[in-house]
Design a protein around this ligand. Structure first.
Ligand SMILES: [Zn+2]
Length: 346
């Protein structure tokens, strides 16, 4: 089913159309927007989606800058600017999704219900029509922290795409209805997490990566065979029970089920040894947390343990996407973890 008028279209937009700033451009957008730019080799297309989450602007900032510079890309480029509706709600770029809406990056599978489902379905239809050789989906992380890529396939083409931005690659067999699952259509698809939404380095990386993505004749072969990538496989998601409370504090106040230090984000991608405390657990114990692997098993004993009210890793682990945003911690997940070696915990 196609949904007419779900998307707006801009072909080879001029600087006048774009406005002087990304904010001015966003102001002019009325809907999720498709931008098409003709390349030197019109027989091929590369796609990039961004702003799937309305509070993750690095990809849009990069695209605006790149379009203003009026580059001619190596191949045709198809850009999908997704979360225009939540992004426009003041204060601009503050909402991941509409207050009553669904997370768009969980909607790329049937049934395509509601407004977000219709947007996801229309974006997939654009991808099918354009038949791109690859797809990138550019995001920001909720906190600060280094960039990384996420994929459901770890082959040379996916590694090559990730290497345009970062040397950290997370491979997951978990299927959530994310756009990167488009890889299953035989089109290499990689999610890029550029770093924090308010981090200038993340905006720079999004731009530099886009320049590489649009200008290289070949983005699906690794430039150097010795690319030093850290692959983290099948991380488990540690989630908080819906009724549990979380606080970020240097010591527990006794009012929350779990307390994490405010600088917990510094643990992102580092190895945490079994002797290093992560935070504090309340009277309800670890039962307020779940650790879910890609095969939907649950085995908290292999991830965390409690000693004198403090939380420790049950073995040396590597954690990432630790958030200090209590809304994300409650609605999405607290953090992801693998063994220190990068192998799955279970
Ligand atoms: Zn995101």
């Amino acid at each position: 089913m196609s949904h007419p008028n779900v998307l707006d279209y801009l072909d080879n937009p001029s600087p006048r159309t774009l406005g002087r700033s990304p904010l001015e451009w966003l102001d002019r957008m009325q809907k999720p927007t498709v931008v098409r730019v003709a390349g030197r080799d019109p027989s091929r297309t590369r796609a990039m989606a961004t702003l799937l989450h309305g509070n993750e602007p690095s990809g849009l900032f990069a695209l605006h800058r790149w379009l203003l510079e009026q580059h001619t890309p190596e191949v045709n480029m198809l850009f999908l600017i997704a979360g225009v509706y939540p992004a426009k709600i003041p204060p601009t770029f503050s909402l991941r999704q509409l207050p009553s809406g669904r997370d768009l990056n969980r909607c790329f599978k049937e049934p395509f219900d509601g407004e977000e489902g219709a947007i996801a379905e229309a974006m997939l239809a654009e991808l099918h029509r354009a038949n791109p050789e690859c797809v990138l989906d550019v995001h920001n992380t909720s906190g600060t922290g280094p960039a990384f890529a996420v994929t459901i396939t770890n082959d040379a083409a996916h590694q090559a795409l990730a290497s345009l931005y970062t040397d950290r690659l997370i491979m997951t067999d978990l299927r959530l209805g994310a756009l990167m699952e488009y890889s299953e259509q035989e089109v290499p698809t990689v999610t890029i997490e550029c770093g924090g939404a308010h981090d200038d380095h993340a905006h720079e990386l999004a731009y530099d990566g886009l320049v590489r993505y649009a200008s290289r004749p070949d983005v699906l072969s690794l430039e150097k065979a010795d690319w030093d990538v850290a692959v983290l496989r099948n991380p488990i998601r540690v989630e908080l029970a819906p009724d549990a409370t979380i606080e970020y504090s240097l010591e527990p106040t006794g009012r929350a089920d779990i307390t994490l230090p405010p600088d917990i984000e510094h643990r992102n991608f580092g190895v945490i040894s079994p002797g290093e405390p992560l935070g504090w657990i309340g009277k309800r114990g670890l039962g307020i947390l779940t650790a879910i692997g890609h095969n939907q098993t649950e085995n908290m004993e292999k991830v965390l343990r409690v000693e004198d009210g403090q939380i420790y890793p049950a073995q040396a682990i590597r954690t990432f996407m630790i958030t200090t945003n209590p809304v994300i911690a409650k609605s999405d997940c607290l953090f992801y973890a693998v063994k220190a070696t990068g192998e799955p915990i279970f």
